[in-house]
Design a protein around this ligand. Structure first.
Ligand SMILES: [Zn+2]
Length: 191
């Protein structure tokens, strides 16, 4: 399998709930881990923080989240099955987000800074997660994928919102976001 990117229509679909955690599901999860790390090898300045199953064209409600977002050498991920946001609260903060499925574009996205999420682990255990700041942002971003929502959808004020990573690993503003994003990358779906 491979990571799919915009404008692939599968990124805009709603994924279905996982009923039974069987070998097929476990295979999907290991493929997600493999693809995340493969992507990271090709992107020296970036860390693969998380991924959702629809990003490889599998429309099931599964995400994986990196256990340590600071350290590239720690490459373990926790899989969350049927994750659900129970509550999103706290101050809304705007910060940069990128996405494996939206190549080389970064955007400033407003998100609540506190979330409660319920999900199942790979072994079927039900968990409730209280997350803040970066982890909250990551969970919201990934759970959005399960409903066909991309980070760019949350950006209302499009001026000064989009950036690209240059070959030195620096984020530089995309001046012509209308031309570059709307037309060439077709990020805006059916609008
Ligand atoms: Zn994403």
């Amino acid at each position: 399998m491979e990571i799919i990117t915009t404008p692939d229509k599968r990124l805009r679909e709603t994924s279905e709930k996982v009923r039974v955690i069987d070998d097929e599901i476990r295979d999907v999860i290991s493929e997600m881990r493999r693809l995340s790390l493969e992507w990271e090898k090709e992107h020296p300045y970036e860390l693969s923080a998380a991924m959702a199953a629809p990003q490889m064209g599998v429309l099931k409600r599964i995400i994986i989240v990196r256990d340590d977002m600071e350290n590239k050498d720690n490459a373990t991920f926790t899989a969350l099955i049927n994750p659900e946001v129970i509550r999103a609260e706290g101050k809304v903060k705007t910060d940069f987000e990128g996405c494996l499925s939206v190549p080389s574009v970064y955007g400033k996205v407003p998100r609540p800074t506190k979330v409660r999420v319920k999900a199942k682990l790979e072994d079927g255990t039900e968990v409730r997660i209280k997350a803040t700041d970066e982890l909250a942002r990551t969970l919201l971003h990934e759970i959005d994928h399960l409903d066909g929502v991309l980070f760019i959808d949350h950006i209302r004020d499009k001026a000064d919102a989009f950036y690209r990573m240059n070959d030195k690993g620096e984020l530089v503003p995309i001046a012509d976001y209308e031309g570059e994003i709307r037309d060439n990358l077709e990020l805006w779906g059916e609008e």
